[in-house]
Write a protein that binds this ligand. Structure first.
Ligand SMILES: Nc1nc2c(ncn2[C@@H]2O[C@H](COP(=O)(O)OP(=O)(O)OP(=O)(O)O)[C@@H](O)[C@H]2O)c(=O)[nH]1
Ligand SMILES: [Mg+2]
Length: 497
């Protein structure tokens, strides 16, 4: 259901409410509409658009470029084969690659390095090319323009690269528009099958290769460093006598990897990959309870001096996802383990799961914003505002804050191939800079990590990166305790303890 349809539907509902004459019959009709449209609205909200490329096809496609990552913008089976749907999602997105699929098993399309902008002009693009991938061919077929100029026609009616015009008449067919600037055999390009089973457009983001020297130092030296970091964490003691464990709060948008971070740290100390917290992808937050996770080290004998507090994901809307008031209550230690979040109502002082008189050990000592490195540049203005409002509230409480940048493996192919490239990756360095500017924290507060997501076995480099992040969290918690010592009674009073 399109937004405009939804808007008309809502206006209609509003009109119904003010109508006195046929109120009852109107209400009956509204109820009918609700029954018809609600499942579709809900499924729109819940659906997560996924690429149809297989791992092998994606590899072959990426081999056509330098160091790039692909971001899916448009998928015809989800957004429709209408030109307008394509333009809504793909105009002004910079370099894009079109990926079409047919029954004959061909994955084909084209790349343009310029914007789609509906200028109604033929656009010169010497970097544009057509390509075709099949299971049988080891390398993709790549066809550049013979005149080295023509890229595509930037009209309102067409998704085209070179001579291939997709979404022909708003349908799932391809038209070959005669022209001699691209020459290929139809059999080789698409197996002479111009009926599509799917059509996708991806933004092509340049990852920029590797730096000569790392932008942050880290000791990757195998098990000795991992053991050293684990020992630091096990032996850490909060600088306040009444507190035995540093409480670290994880907040961030839905699906950013908050629960996976706890699972990953738990895995490192368990010695094998585990999944105590539920993780996965859904339209709304998979985590709906406040969870305070203690981690056991040394074969479950001793709890670490660290509690990771997992929350429901943040969403854009006012009555969706974690509420800003909930964050404030958690900070002050009012919210108990397993409290069930209610997106339309913040924690009630007389409700279940509310701790009326928390002590310092129940409060949050460090807040970690968890952000997905692949989606950071796509955060909406509303989400950025929400993060800023949360940050303002936390600043007032004087709690130190860090940022965990997850999914670095998905964000940069060079890091996916070798995690030790993380501090050499131009892309990740740029991303940490952008995150620091956006959230108003210093770059040293941004910690890129890779969580365990599909692996069955631990990897020492993944562990070192994860443990390094935990060490920073403990150090920052200490600065909070330092502050309390310096503030003395005055600070305790201010905290309402
Ligand atoms: N490749 C990769 N996948 C990750 C990483 N971190 C998390 N994921 C995946 O991302 C998805 C979402 O992760 P979750 O840990 O459930 O995210 P969350 O922030 O807890 O999400 P909600 O509870 O729904 O708000 C899961 O499928 C994870 O496997 C990572 O560093 N790399
Ligand atoms: Mg979660």
């Amino acid at each position: 259901m399109s937004l405009s349809t939804l808007h008309s539907f809502c206006s209609f509902l509003g009109a119904c409410l003010y109508s006195e004459v046929r109120f009852i019959s109107m209400m009956g009709f509204c109820y009918y509409l609700l029954l018809v449209f609600l499942p579709q609205v809900l499924s729109d909200i819940m659906s997560v658009v996924k690429s149809s490329l297989s791992v092998e096809q994606e590899k072959k496609l990426l081999s056509l470029f330098g160091h790039v990552r692909l971001h899916l913008l448009y998928k015809a089976s989800v957004h429709s084969y209408m030109h307008s749907a394509f333009h809504n999602r793909c105009d002004g997105q910079g370099p894009t690659v079109l990926v079409a699929y047919n029954k004959a098993g061909f994955v084909f399309g084209g790349y343009i390095s310029k914007n789609y902008a509906q200028t109604n002009q033929a656009i010169n693009d010497d970097k544009a090319f057509l390509y075709s991938i099949t299971d049988q061919r080891e390398k993709p077929l790549r066809v550049s323009s013979t005149d080295g100029q023509y890229g595509f026609t930037d009209g309102k009616n067409g998704l085209n690269v070179g001579v291939l015009w997709f979404l022909n008449n708003n349908t799932s067919t391809v038209q070959i528009v005669a022209g001699n600037s691209y020459t290929f055999e139809g059999e080789e390009m698409h197996g002479n099958d111009l009926q599509l089973t799917e059509c996708e457009v991806y933004r092509v983001e340049d990852c920029g290769g590797l730096l000569k020297t790392p932008w942050r130092e880290i000791d990757w030296e195998g098990y000795s460093n991992k053991e050293r970091l684990m020992d630091y964490i096990k032996n850490y003691k909060p600088e306040v006598k009444s507190v035995f464990q540093a409480r670290v709060l994880l907040v961030g948008p839905v699906g950013a990897g908050k629960s996976s971070f706890f699972n990953s740290i738990n895995s490192v100390f368990k010695g094998h990959v585990t999944g105590q917290a539920n993780t996965g992808s859904a339209g709304t937050s998979l985590t709906t309870q406040f969870r305070t996770y203690s981690i056991k080290a040394d074969q479950g004998r001793k709890a670490l001096p660290l509690v990771l507090c997992d929350t429901m994901g943040l969403e854009e809307g006012h009555s969706a996802g974690l509420d800003i008031d909930d964050v404030n209550s958690i900070l002050k230690g009012h919210v108990q383990d397993r409290y069930q979040f209610n997106p339309s109502m913040s924690v009630q002082t007389d409700g279940v799961g509310f701790c009326k008189s928390p002590s310092l050990k129940d409060t949050i000592h460090c807040v970690v914003y968890v952000l997905d490195a692949c989606k950071f540049t796509l955060l909406s203005a509303k989400m950025v505002d929400k993060l800023a409002a949360i940050r303002k509230g936390i600043n007032k409480q004087g709690v130190p804050q860090l940022v965990l940048l997850t999914k670095v493996d998905e964000a940069c192919p060079l890091v996916r191939d070798d995690l030790t490239n993380i501090y050499l990756s131009h892309y990740i360095e740029r991303m940490t800079r952008e995150v620091s500017v956006c959230l108003g924290v210093s770059q040293s507060c941004v910690l890129p990590v890779k969580n365990y997501s599909r692996e069955l076995e631990l990897d020492v480099h993944t562990d070192i990166l994860l443990l390094t992040a935990v060490v920073q969290m403990l150090r920052y918690s200490n600065s909070y305790f330092d502050d309390i010592y310096q503030g003395g009674d005055q600070k305790s009073e201010w905290l309402g303890l």
